[in-house]
Design a protein around this ligand. Structure first.
Ligand code: NDP
Ligand code: BG6
Length: 511
């Protein structure tokens, strides 16, 4: 990764004894270290209640790096040198009086490690602490940027509905400027998600077609093959709408739909994204009935092995009506997208893990040639594959060699795996580095955050008031409720059923 100019700094991780720190954050910091992207003087201070000391924290983090870093095969020497930068402080994080210990420790680190009073506070704790920790830091003057920069990264979930998101924003803004607040959405850290901006705005050929005149509909999928694993307690109060749609999927919608920014900078890009959220057509009562399909996985057999239903998962209410699948049709009411349907779907326990955007182009105005095979979804498609087998695929038509003019679909594809010697940074790596350099482009601005909650709030209210609204069971390992195909307008049109390999699709492609 190309190293950007970073100032000396300390990264303070709250929730340092937790899963995210172990699996994602410290491995990402280590990968930055390996890429020589960290500032010359740098330290991590892990903070939590658990009784670690510097040594035991370092041992645990080494284990996380060995399992989850990209550079997991680094030498022991490199790992040990890096781990000298890791420190730990045990305090009761929900008690404001304890924060003077943190301030003292940071003063000490500035002297020992020359971290220059620049601090990034990463909140990787339960969301109940997202208002408290910033307030306690401010009581110690740790929000004040006179002696160095002070930035706060906030993990999701940022609120659980519109009101709680507004309250959290307001509470943070009491002590911090918007520029100091970095609301994370790890999808924006994915290389392939950022590449959407380049595909759209660095190529002359797509943009003229990128509108209601040539695009029939847009399809966005974020499918997972795993279930809720050990996060049933959290997920049962969240569901797919809050867990994936309000954040990751709507962020992708914005990148697909936004106007070209004036320049590639945080303000211009985030202004254009906000306009998309503001143009989302509010869901009417009729839309809530007709344009939303929610589902929950039921027990089944996958590849000969019993797969639990959602209600049997640990920490899930056995009568739960939480959605583990959600598909919806939405519209963006502006000149570019007037009446073009956007279909988005996400689900757990689907056949494969795949995230992608499919741009479905309108058919040629005249059908001159007979089709060799009568396929559904056979018009031109541009598939922007986010993961796995990252790449881009254009489905186009060609003449079947031989006599006559039989036409068939062929794939023109690019796979990131073809790029040899290119380092693809993990999402958290890119996002942490951006925060270190003060670049908030890939973080969510407060106004955009509230706009996305405003869009989904009618659905939250609808389900609250109508707990018996349809919830379709779907067997674990299937593509979700069959009726989700009925959402798609147009005779014979269905979702694309993508495979792990970008170039393949079809319901039965993976065995
Ligand atoms: P964990 O439950 O594994 O860790 C939470 C951490 O918070 C622990 O280190 C805990 O340490 C600390 N903590 C401090 N105060 C409290 C308190 N009062 N009650 C409970 N814990 C407390 O969570 P994760 O690491 O998985 O997630 C952290 C945050 O990141 C969550 O908000 C989650 O939603 C979000 N997130 C996590 C993802 C993941 O993949 N894990 C993905 C996306 C978001 P101690 O008990 O020692 O104080
Ligand atoms: C997280 C959700 O934000 O994203 C998880 O909380 C989900 O439920 C995860 O599994 C998916 O991320 P990715 O990068 O694996 O697609």
């Amino acid at each position: 990764m190309k190293s950007k100019a970073t100032q000396d700094l300390a990264l303070i991780i709250f929730g340092a004894s937790g899963d995210l720190t172990y699996r994602k954050l410290i491995p990402a910091v280590f990968d930055l270290y390996k890429q020589e992207a960290l500032p010359s003087n740098f330290a991590v201070l892990g903070v939590a209640r658990s009784a670690f000391n510097d040594d035991s924290f370092r041992e645990k983090m080494k284990d996380g790096i060995r399992q989850f870093a990209t550079a997991k095969d680094a030498s022991d020497e490199e790992l040990n040198t890096f781990c000298q930068k890791l420190h730990y402080l045990s305090i009761n994080t929900d008690d404001g009086k304890e924060y003077s210990k943190l301030k003292d420790r940071l003063d000490g680190l500035d002297k020992e490690e020359n971290t220059a009073g620049n601090y990034i506070f990463y909140l990787s704790t339960p969301p109940s602490l997202y208002q408290l920790i910033p307030k306690f830091l401010a009581e110690q003057g740790l929000n004040n940027e006179d002696k160095g920069f002070r930035r706060i990264i906030i993990e999701k979930p940022f609120g659980t509905d519109l009101k709680s998101a507004i309250d959290l924003n307001a509470s943070l803004l009491e002590n911090y400027e918007e520029e100091q607040i970095y609301r994370i959405d790890h999808y924006l850290g994915k290389e392939t998600v950022q590449n959407m901006l380049v595909t759209r705005f660095a190529n002359g050929i797509y943009e003229p077609l990128w509108n209601r005149n040539y695009i029939q509909h847009v399809e966005i999928t974020a499918a997972e093959s795993i279930g809720v694993e050990n996060r049933g307690g959290y997920y049962d109060h969240s569901g797919a709408l809050r867990d994936m749609v309000q954040n990751h999927l709507l962020q992708i919608v914005a990148l697909v739909a936004m106007e070209p920014p004036m320049s590639i900078d945080s303000v211009s890009i985030r202004n254009e994204k906000l306009k998309v959220f503001q143009a989302l057509r509010p869901m009417s009562d009729e839309d809530l009935f007709k344009n939303i399909i929610r589902g929950q996985y039921t027990a089944s057999n996958i590849k000969g092995k019993y797969a639990k239903g959602y209600r049997e998962e640990k920490d899930v209410n056995p009568d739960s009506r939480t959605e583990t699948y959600l598909a919806m049709k939405l519209f963006i009411d502006n000149w570019r997208w007037g009446d073009v349907p956007f279909y988005i779907r996400t689900g757990k326990r689907l056949p494969t893990r795949v995230s992608e955007v499919v741009i479905h182009f309108k058919p040629a105005p005249q059908k001159l040639f007979p089709q060799s095979v009568d396929l559904n979804n056979d018009e031109n498609q541009l598939v922007l594959r986010i993961q796995p087998d990252e790449g881009i695929l254009l489905k186009t038509k060609m003449k079947v060699p031989g006599s006559g003019y039989q036409v068939k679909n062929v794939n023109m594809d690019f796979h990131y795996s073809q790029l040899t010697d290119t380092y693809l940074p993990e999402a958290y790596e890119r996002l942490l580095l951006d925060c270190m350099t003060g670049d908030s482009t890939l973080y969510i601005r407060g106004d955009a955050l509230e706009a996305t909650w405003k869009f989904v709030q009618p659905l939250i209210d609808f389900w609250d008031k109508n707990p018996d609204a349809p919830l379709h069971g779907y067997p674990a390992g299937s593509w979700g409720p069959n009726c989700a195909d009925d959402l798609i307008e147009g005779k014979g049109l269905t979702w694309r059923y993508p495979c792990k390999n970008l170039s393949d699709d079809g319901i039965y492609c993976e065995l």
